[in-house]
Design a binder for this molecule. Structure first.
Ligand SMILES: Cc1ncc(COP(=O)(O)O)c(C=O)c1O
Length: 474
């Protein structure tokens, strides 16, 4: 495939809740125009310093000759930040001028903006996504002797925060298509000691929340949504972070709303809980030097809040770009005959198959189920670890970034050995850890860059002697 001659196919950003962003577009083959690209626009790599938008896209099409792509990074936060550089500098100067760097109006304004965006009454800025989880667990009074159920297939912070309260993390298996916690497995693991469930909205897609919330109601459990990767994601039309008892978000630079260092947010609809979280984030102090309980320094910096407020205003644009990129990957892999979305079985709400049906397809592409998936990651699955690792090496040789999220599930981490899990205990998660690979997906990637990644994958399979499947079978 040649970058210069290949016909461009683009799909509009998927803006509606419930739409399956990763499904092959019905518009495949239709030539895109600047108009049909939506507000984000697209530009070739040569114009990467240009602000996006229609004007940028139009100018890009008249660029004399696109420089051939030779590398695609897993992430380049500078691109999104450069687009709003003026506003970021203004926010920074404002903070320099007023000099209030701890709490105060910048944090309050950001919290109000975040609460409105997420559809919650209270949003509390904190120092990181990890601390969001920790302070939420502390505010719910979870500690020694308690059990907290969470998925084994997640970033370490989910389990680490539970452990740090003195409670016991109880690991659950996942659903194979969406990679999210399996509600039926949660039900099997509830005991009289269980105090909370921590579903993780992994890779930007909501976990199957209805059965989880039902279970929590039945057993009187708190639900702490780990929405670190999923700001703006929706479950049946409702934003994640507004569904459970509390929601926890991260602004780590790789997240959809990426910060300038660490930052996080806790959301809740409960006023008393919000007050407790506010106190705990500031050493448990209710007034100056008066401490009713022991908290920590979990504060979000005012400077960070001021800068994040600029980025949060563009959250839907970032999401649209990621959804658009996901749709293009899916469409191109489908067209090349090497990838398919696994549509076998019913949606998770009823029954999701326990294994992935490869049916001879080299790559299983991410399924958006019935959710508004915000694609913090675009994670494909291969048929074996060896193939996955060889593909990653081949991508590296072409200067394409990729990542394995996550190579070792929590139940097999050395630090949790005392919990007594062994290999084979949570097989769906173990299979996902063994065979999945995340490709670059950030919203400012150009169409040519995505085509370069797909081309590298296609060439890899050709070199492996893998026969593309007939398109109708994909
Ligand atoms: C699922 C999940 N939970 C929690 C966190 C922790 O967030 P932070 O890095 O902001 O502490 C992350 C960050 O990657 C995450 O992906």
């Amino acid at each position: 495939m040649n970058n210069k001659t290949k016909k461009k196919t683009r799909t509009k950003p998927h803006s509606k809740a419930g739409r399956t962003a990763a499904e092959p577009s019905r518009r495949a083959g239709k030539k895109s125009s600047a108009k049909s690209r939506g507000a984000t626009g697209r530009r070739p790599a040569t114009a990467s310093k240009r602000a996006p938008g229609r004007k940028g896209a139009k100018a890009a099409r008249t660029t004399k000759r696109a420089t051939p792509i030779t590398a695609v990074a897993m992430l380049d936060p500078r691109r999104a930040n450069n687009q709003v550089q003026g506003a970021l500098e203004a926010a920074f100067k404002r903070c320099l001028a007023h000099g209030q760097f701890i709490q105060g109006p910048e944090v309050e304004a950001f919290e109000k903006q975040a609460a409105a965006y997420l559809g919650v009454d209270h949003a509390i800025g904190v120092s990181s996504g990890t601390d969001a989880l920790l302070v939420a667990l502390m505010a719910l009074g979870i500690g020694a002797g308690d059990e907290v159920i969470c998925p084994t297939y997640t970033f370490f912070a989910t389990a680490g925060a539970i452990w740090r309260t003195g409670a016991k993390p109880v690991f659950c298996d996942i659903k194979p298509r969406c990679f999210n916690i399996d509600p039926e497995d949660i039900a099997r693991r509830v005991t009289p000691r269980t105090k909370a469930i921590v579903p993780v909205h992994l890779f930007g897609q909501a976990a199957e929340m209805d059965p989880i919330l039902d279970l929590a109601r039945t057993h009187g459990l708190a639900v702490i949504e780990d929405a670190a990767q999923a700001i703006g994601a929706e479950y049946k039309g409702r934003r994640v972070g507004s569904l459970g008892t509390v929601g926890c978000f991260s602004f780590f630079p790789s997240k959809n709303v990426g910060g300038f260092g660490d930052g996080g947010l806790v959301t809740t609809k409960e006023g008393a809980l919000a007050a407790r979280i506010r106190a705990l984030r500031n050493h448990g102090g209710m007034g100056q030097y008066q401490h009713t309980e022991v908290g920590g320094n979990f504060r979000l910096d005012a400077l960070q809040a001021a800068l994040l407020a600029v980025k949060l205003a563009h959250a839907d644009r970032y999401t649209a770009g990621r959804q658009q990129n996901a749709a293009l990957y899916t469409e191109l892999f489908h067209q090349a005959g090497i990838g398919a979305v696994d549509h076998t079985g019913a949606p998770c709400a009823t029954s999701c198959p326990q294994g992935v049906a490869y049916d001879g397809v080299p790559l299983i592409l991410p399924a958006a189920c019935q959710n508004r998936h915000v694609f913090n990651q675009y994670v494909v699955r291969l048929q074996s670890t060896e193939l996955r690792d060889r593909l990653q090496a081949a991508l590296k040789a072409k200067n394409v970034g990729s990542a394995i999220y996550y190579p070792r599930p929590m139940h097999l981490q050395a630090c949790f050995a005392a919990l007594g899990y062994k290999a084979g205990d949570l097989p769906v998660a173990e299979a996902a850890a063994a065979c999945s690979l995340a490709l670059p997906i950030y919203s400012e990637l150009t169409e040519d860059e995505i085509r370069y990644v797909v081309e590298a994958v296609v060439r890899f399979f050709a070199a492996e002697g893998v026969t593309p499947i007939a398109r109708s079978a994909a």
